[in-house]
Design a protein around this ligand. Structure first.
Ligand code: HSO
Ligand code: ZN
Length: 432
């Protein structure tokens, strides 16, 4: 962890930099895998599964029996916990339902929007060091509420050729239609183009490593939509002297254990707190099973001492963290001045872990400063808003002449004509 005291504004850009990855050959490698899956379908997918996930699969589909058998291995306690989380995620996302209203912009001109679900969506759940079954809920629950007709999920199997039981349980609970044992770039390509087994979808969601992210970016250039550009996870804790150093340290570590490239930041107005947090992090770190990962990622972490809350907020808005925990005296006031963040956690008893699992908010959020322009996944991510309009003769009579003038001035006479023929018809009727 780097301790930075009262940095000057000229140093901010350097301090707030995310660890950058060398992506020289990344896109070439990823493109070649995508192309083969596109051309050869399941055959290429299975070959890549053998190479990257070290499993020989005769069938990449999770069958009904496999699904049921897997779920039987999930303990009752975990099932109950996942069920509670699902309920809260459902409650929060159901409240996001869009109710458009019909608007009469002029007499006889009515316009409205209607939310329509994306018919086919694909969810990607990474394997790796920790199976993120919580992400299954975060993606499948809103997809079902939105009314997506086909919700498929790809996830790499373990070396035993099986999908993690908790992923199977969460998927069943949330209403996923089909699961495929495919990971990495080959999973993204399979969902983008379709194979004999995997259906082609219209939008792909979910986190992944740099290869998965690059694959999502490449397929989204032309062929399929994606949720958002994703990068390593991050948290910023914004705290003053009133904060509890034990809580702050625990929050920084909960981020740090995600991966060696995740980032945890503390921005504080209190030097005493900063020093206590340093001690506390060291104390808590050695107790963690994933201490090695956390220790590595803490080397990207910064503890920044600033002059006052105004400066703390300016720095925060410049960083635009994926997660922001505000542990200050008047956190409501402070939070009101936050304009760039993915998800904000207020007060001493709102750890990021709550949003990661069970409070109800979504944990698929913009990283890497994208919070300046993007929102996290929500019900909106699974719908499109189609606009409708219905114009009566009196309506076209009212707006028609303006359309004719605008079209003529853009030198688009056919546009003008589409209005003129109608206005003439209305005039003729009046004459009769
Ligand atoms: N913090 C991660 C989500 C997660 N945490 C899943 C635990 N499981 C990105 O928001
Ligand atoms: Zn997390």
């Amino acid at each position: 962890m780097k301790l930075i005291k009262y940095p000057s504004r000229t140093e901010w850009a350097e301090i707030l930099k995310r660890p950058s990855l060398d992506t020289e050959n990344l896109f070439d490698t990823v493109r070649s895998i995508i192309d083969r899956v596109k051309d050869e379908g399941d055959r290429a997918v299975k070959e890549y599964e053998a190479v990257f996930d070290k499993v020989e699969l005769s069938n990449i589909v999770v069958t009904e029996e496999e699904w049921t058998e897997g779920i039987a291995n999930v303990g009752e306690e975990l099932k109950a916990a996942i069920t509670l989380a699902k309920k809260n995620i459902e409650t929060f996302h159901a409240a996001q339902r869009f109710t458009g209203q019909k608007v009469e912009t002029m007499p006889g001109v009515t316009c409205w929007q209607k939310a329509v679900a994306i018919e086919k969506v694909g969810l990607y759940i990474p394997g790796g060091t920790a199976p993120l079954f919580s992400t299954v809920l975060m993606l499948a629950v809103p997809a079902k509420i939105a009314g997506c007709q086909e919700v498929v999920l790809c996830t790499p199997p373990g070396k035993n050729g099986k999908v993690h039981p908790a992923v199977l349980f969460a998927a069943q609970l949330a209403g996923v239609d089909r699961i495929f044992k495919v990971g990495g770039v080959q999973a993204i390509a399979a969902m983008a183009y379709g194979t004999e087994s995997v259906p082609k979808v219209y939008k792909i969601f979910g986190p992944g490593n740099q290869y998965v992210t690059a694959a999502k970016q490449l397929v989204s250039l032309r062929d399929v939509a994606i949720d958002m550009p994703a990068g390593p996870s991050e948290v910023e804790v914004l705290a003053d002297a009133s904060a509890n150093p034990v809580f702050v340290a625990a929050d920084l570590l909960s981020q740090a254990e995600h991966g060696v490239d995740s980032q945890a930041m503390l921005v504080t107005t209190s030097e005493d707190l900063l020093l206590e947090v340093v001690e506390e992090v060291e104390r808590q770190l050695i107790e963690l099973p994933r201490w090695e990962i956390a220790a590595k990622s803490l080397s990207n972490s910064k503890l920044i001492l600033v002059r006052d809350m105004k400066e703390a907020l300016e720095l925060t808005n410049e960083y635009a963290p994926e997660h922001l925990i505000v542990e200050t005296e008047s956190h409501t006031e402070v939070a009101e001045r936050v304009v760039n963040a993915g998800s904000v956690f207020l007060g001493s008893y709102s750890p990021e872990s709550a949003g990661d699992y069970a409070s109800g908010t979504n944990h698929t959020l913009p990283t890497n400063g994208y919070a300046k322009a993007y929102s996290g996944v929500s019900l909106d991510s699974f719908i499109r808003k189609i606009t409708f309009q219905e114009i009566l003769p009196e309506g076209i009579a009212a707006i028609g002449p303006s359309i004719e003038i605008m079209a003529a001035n853009e030198q688009l006479d056919a546009h003008k004509n589409a209005v003129s023929v109608r206005l003439e018809k209305i005039d003729n009727k009046k004459l009769k």
